[in-house]
Design a protein around this ligand. Sequence first.
Ligand code: PLP
Length: 497
Amino acid sequence: LDPEEFRREGYMVIDFLADYYRNVEKYPVRSQVEPGYLRERLPESAPSHPEPIDTILKDVMNDLVPGLTHWQSPNHFAYFPSSASIAGILGETLAAGFDVVGFNWMSSPAATELETIVMDWLGRMLTLPKSFMFSGNGGGVLLGTTCEALLTTIVAARDRLLERIGRENIGKLVVYGSDQTHCSFHKSAKIAGIHPKNIRKIKTTKSSAFGLRPDSLRSAVEADVEAGLLPLFLCATVGTTSTAAVDLLGPLCDVAKDYGIWVHVDAAYAGNACICPEFRRYIDGVEGVDAFSFNAHKWFFTTLDCCCLWVKDPGALVKALSTSPEYLSNRATDSKQVDYKDWQITLSRRFRALKLWLVLRSYGVENLRNFIRKHVKMAMRFEELVAEDQRFEIPVPRFFAMVCFRISPTAILKQLYSSCHQHCQKYVEEDSVNDMNRKLLDSINGEGHIYMTHAVVDGVFVIRFAVGASLTEMRHVMNAWKIVQEHAGELLGQTLC
Ligand code: PLP
């Protein structure tokens, strides 16, 4: 690794990325390539001899960039955001540059100690109770994804219970989420050895805005207990993937407490917003839960991957996940320093704290709050525009910076009646309304100027408009709305029967 060569090539890569960001708005947001496109362009085998970085960067531009979906485009309103920033990217670069493997304190003391400090800083920003902080005998850890956070905590809860009642009872353990809980919960529970028939997806309804109701949880738990099963774990979500709905933590914890259930809060998206005092109420009751996680790589201007997990009982994680091979033994471990390898699935780990530290220091708490507020404000403006146009409806309430909307059945019927004199019934069915909205989304995304994705809640197809890309300004939101209106106008203008 020649430092001067690194400098030369490093400048070229940063220049390349700076140009990418300057032009990102011009690319079709959703990649327009067909499956297999890249194999047709790249050689069958790796090159035998070195190739210069400028040639490689040219190929990145010509061959890879067309196959990217541009998550950092200001016109990306799909899924949940992945908000990059200068500090996030440079923090990632610094960490990759040092390339330390901080599995325990000794293997890179700064990596471990910075992580404990940053997790306490963040915990304070969220006003998490002291019991989640290192000073309160809890603590935080940076993992890759929410899926890992769920897996580690289910395993910790599982072993804590099985140690008491015997390993032979694993088949009786039951875990709970709602029908809105992210699929990573299901996956994690399965990996943790929970029998698939014991993974509950409790039904939610529009009347509770698709939040999990405590009485539904209680009924499910009571039925399981009566059947001789053992309630283990609840995954409550603050900001569900489909509609950003919120499970109310306080009342759910009251139920969980009665049965000794471990409660994990998956706040992957919305947890980011809870650093703003005005959104903090969405995690009221967090003092009653066992673990809380959110993805800083979603809406905290930090690059993928960076899931922040806090637990009240790190001992439960360590008991379930620690390994002590002789080659890792050292005096620091003996003196009870944090060895993060025991808080996660893998042994080796990345220096994720560095990018978070850069983000926190480069922007400061107030600016981070203001970025989030700006996104919420833009989503509110979009919501107003949708509400003003009678052809559309907002079937579920807006939470945070995401609006779910659709062409309304009434608008479709109105158009149908004006163009069909036989009063045909084709668009009365919900399926047909869903089809029309699916067509609208396909038509918009196919054009490539903006990108949105969908959800189906209670049988209703909704288009999700999630604001959160770092480069998005109000003009992008206004333009997106214009595009939606144009495509809807064209669709509704066609003969419908
Ligand atoms: N939980 C929620 C609520 C999500 O919205 C998502 C992804 O969007 C996830 C979990 C999955 O996160 P990860 O990819 O970090 O496992």
